[in-house]
Design a protein around this ligand. Structure first.
Ligand SMILES: Cc1cc2nc3c(=O)[nH]c(=O)nc-3n(C[C@H](O)[C@H](O)[C@H](O)COP(=O)(O)OP(=O)(O)OC[C@H]3O[C@@H](n4cnc5c(N)ncnc54)[C@H](O)[C@@H]3O)c2cc1C
Length: 381
């Protein structure tokens, strides 16, 4: 059983402790799933997470709109990541893919949330382009207004759930101004005939991922989310909420690596004692436990500040994501070391964690981008 003492920290209310206990029970019975076919695995996970109510936390309830509880999001991501990286991915994308609708959608647009919250529709967030990953204000994909609505042309890449999503939130240049102020957000159905899956992308921790091509992709005026030219603001506001949750996923991976290492150190015998008796190994374990707790403090601090009503938590979320993902990489590397040859054996838990953690230091703002956010804030004080 993973360390649960952090749940007594003052960031949480009793409903959070109940949520964590109930999800732990659910995850123990349902995870991990078979990853052989990642598309099928993710579809199955979204169905199961929706059926059992967990996805209601990812988006606002269209019939009773209220704020999304970021502490719940983080607790769920941490728990799912500790049990199965693909389960965390499937949960997280339902939130990131619909954040624009939760925060800026019209009541009609928000009706789509009924299906994503129930696990009946899969969502995706399509912002990145080949030339504009970190530099998102320079995206080139165009959306041109005509008598019937908008016509979208261009490409998006690295789109999670690309190929299996039922709805995509797509950011395109509408040209109200240059740079960040000339981008708008659109809701595009997965079966729109102008949307083509140009390429499926394979990465070290496989999940559904694609390059999308938009070829005279027509959408009605009702597909516009928020006002024209607000797209960049919508993307940043969405990331502001979900960025700390990437830290929570990293925390889940790190906590699992620590648990696996403690178990291994206790049982593995060498030099007439156990691995746990070696002080250099104890040093590794101490570093790992310290990193996990420090990451947890930053992640749940960011979530707590947001839930307290802060309009933006860019600094806190950047600190949480940066520290938790970078530290998880170090914690997992130590776990591989403690496991010796078994640590690099394909199919072992720590080998999978070693692959799972890497992309989190790159997506939703690479670590260097988080440092820029933190430094700008510090210099502005
Ligand atoms: C597994 C995975 C899933 C993804 N899912 C999605 C998704 O669902 N939707 C979506 O829109 N995008 C998604 N992305 C894209 C992701 O957000 C981008 O890969 C990321 O923003 C980096 O962009 P890039 O790959 O173009 O790298 P670049 O922008 O070329 O950056 C390369 C490197 O340059 C450095 N760098 C960047 N900016 C700075 C800076 N200001 N100062 C110093 N150094 C810097 C960093 O080390 C960075 O890693 C995903 C990516 C991956 C790998």
């Amino acid at each position: 059983m993973a360390d649960r003492r952090f749940l007594d920290w003052p960031f949480f209310e009793s409903r959070h402790r109940e949520l964590a206990a109930a999800l732990e029970e659910w995850a123990t019975h349902h995870l991990p799933v078979d990853h052989a076919d990642v598309d099928a695995a993710c579809r199955g996970l979204v169905t199961a997470l929706g059926r059992d109510g967990w996805l209601t936390h990812t988006a606002v309830d269209p019939d009773a709109p209220g704020p999304i509880d970021v502490r719940s999001l983080c607790l769920i991501r941490e728990t799912l990541a500790r049990h199965d990286g693909l389960a965390d991915f499937s949960f997280a994308m339902q939130g990131l893919g619909t954040g624009a609708l939760s925060f800026f959608g019209t009541p009609e647009q928000q009706q789509h949330l009924q299906r994503t919250r129930a696990g009946e529709a899969i969502a995706a967030f399509a912002l990145s382009e080949a030339k504009s990953g970190s530099d998102v204000a320079n995206i080139e994909m165009s959306a041109v207004r005509d008598a019937d609505g908008f016509v979208l042309n261009g490409e998006k890449t690295w789109i999670s759930n690309g190929g299996i999503a039922d709805l995509y939130v797509v950011f395109a240049r509408t040209g109200e101004a240059t740079g960040a102020k000339g981008i708008s957000a659109f809701l595009v159905a997965g079966d729109n005939p102008g949307l083509e899956i140009a390429e499926r992308l394979d990465v070290i921790a496989p999940h559904p991922l694609a390059r999308l091509r938009f070829n005279d992709c027509r959408v009605t005026p009702a597909a516009l989310i928020g006002a024209p030219g607000q797209g960049f603001k919508i993307a940043m506001a969405t990331l502001d909420v979900f960025r700390a949750t990437v830290g929570a996923a990293a925390l889940g991976f790190a906590r699992r690596a620590l648990d696996e290492s403690v178990a291994r150190a206790r049982e593995r015998e060498l030099f007439g004692a156990t691995l746990a008796d070696l002080q250099l190994v104890q040093g590794h374990i101490a570093d790992m436990a310290l990193g996990v707790d420090a990451a947890a403090l930053l992640v749940y601090r960011a979530a707590w500040v947001k839930d307290g009503g802060a309009p933006r938590v860019s600094r806190e979320a950047a600190m949480a994501k940066l520290y938790a993902t970078e530290t998880a990489q170090e914690v997992i590397d130590k776990a591989v070391q403690i496991h010796g040859g078994d640590g690099v054996r394909k199919g072992s838990v720590v080998e999978a964690l070693y692959r799972e953690i890497r992309a989190l230091r790159i997506y939703e703002g690479a670590s260097e981008v988080q440092k820029v956010i933190i430094a700008r804030d510090a210099l502005a004080q």
